[in-house]
Design a protein around this ligand. Structure first.
Ligand code: SAM
Ligand code: SF4
Ligand code: SF4
Length: 344
């Protein structure tokens, strides 16, 4: 039987894409994401089980969800993640399951994840310099990430992407080297503009390397990039290089794609957010644990999505004297607002 049409929000945006944050914990401390010494963690007992995550996803398929991305925190810290992948890939109607990871634990897990049915993988990589990696993440683990990427290549994923957040004065001098590395390795690199959301307490406009600046640098070194047609709901614009190979840019700060955003996010303890900048979560965990939970979840998500009017990143463009979006004291009171909790 064909699935019903997706539910739409007030701006006629369909619900299509779900990001599941499977843990708020992380084994790195990237300075643009988790710069603090102390964090308020979600209680372990509140974490949704794999069965609950799968049941919520299944309930959202008739509402429109076709793609799921597992994220965190660091998703590979969640023991037995391949079992969740198996459960999700078995769901009828779900077209795509992907994963975003920092790659530290990939060597150990790439084979099992691939065998469980994961086809696409995104690994975050901001530098190819060991000392700089340590300065950026507070861990001396670049060799493990690079080994993880090699293991992922061997495991035979259909697509491996790299995510790079460029910060002026931190790693922007590596733009060309990172792209060379990606092209040689057959990975598609996506540059992500530095965002002011959640834990990005040190955010300043001056640190943002914009899409236009990135393109200018690429033009100088590689020649004129040729735009590749991409649907408007995909956050990255993509280009082909004259010598072959593609790359993307997610201009989330200077040219946000809110008008086509089809994403919902669920935290590891089951709060649904309809925007990365959103502050009002919907507690699906409590609903799911009641009799007839799946039906309650469907009703509540339908109500929330059909009233959705979020355009967080576009609104931030209008902010005067722009700095970090949230205060660190507020994040300690509301850990759900952290990027590492909501899932980037
Ligand atoms: N830990 C995993 C990782 O790093 O790939 C998954 C979660 S992480 C929050 C997801 C993505 O968000 C990463 O690619 C990371 O670079 C990106 N990110 C984190 N903070 C950001 C910020 N302030 N601006 C832009 N991207 C950010
Ligand atoms: Fe870095 Fe990802 Fe961890 Fe944030 S969640 S500190 S981006 S590895
Ligand atoms: Fe979507 Fe919110 Fe990001 Fe805009 S800011 S693209 S509405 S998640």
């Amino acid at each position: 039987m064909p699935l019903p049409a997706p539910i739409q929000d007030l701006a006629h945006r369909a619900l299509r894409n779900l990001r599941l944050s499977v843990t708020d914990r992380c084994n790195l401390r990237c300075h643009y994401c988790m710069p603090e010494r102390e964090y308020t963690w979600l209680p372990r007992k509140d974490r949704l089980s794999f069965e609950e995550l799968t049941a919520i996803t299944a309930a959202m398929i008739p509402l429109g969800v076709r793609q799921v991305r597992l994220t965190g925190g660091e998703p590979l810290l969640r023991r037995g993640l391949d079992q969740l992948v198996s459960q999700l890939t078995a769901l009828p109607g779900l077209e795509d399951v992907a994963l975003t990871t920092n790659g530290v634990l990939l060597t150990e897990q790439a084979g099992d994840l691939r065998a469980a049915g994961l086809k696409r993988l995104t690994v975050s990589l901001d530098t190819l310099k060991a000392k700089r990696f340590e300065d950026t993440t507070r861990q001396d683990l670049l060799p493990r990430v690079l080994a993880g990427l090699k293991a992922a290549s061997r495991a035979g994923f259909e697509q491996i992407k790299l995510n790079t957040v460029l910060l002026r004065g931190s790693n922007d001098d590596e733009l060309e080297d990172l792209l060379d590395y990606a092209l040689e390795s057959n990975f598609e690199l996506r540059f992500i503009e530095y965002m002011d959301v959640g834990g990005a307490q040190n955010w300043k406009q001056d640190f943002v390397v914009s899409k236009d600046q990135i393109l200018e640098r690429i033009r100088k070194r590689f020649g004129e990039p040729i735009p590749v047609e991409t649907p408007d709901y995909v956050p990255a614009r993509r280009w082909r290089l004259p010598q072959g190979g593609t790359f993307g840019i997610v201009a989330s700060t200077t040219a946000p794609f809110c008008s086509a955003c089809n994403r919902a996010r669920i935290t590891a303890d089951g709060r649904l957010y309809t925007c990365l900048y959103g502050t009002e979560g919907l507690d699906l965990r409590a609903m799911m644990r009641q009799p007839g939970g799946a039906q309650l979840v469907v009703q509540a998500i339908t109500e929330r999505w059909t009233q959705r009017n979020d355009r967080g990143a576009e609104e931030r463009l209008e902010a005067q004297d722009r700095g970090a979006f949230q205060k660190v004291e507020d994040l300690k009171q509301n850990p759900h607002w952290e990027m590492h909790t909501k899932g980037g």
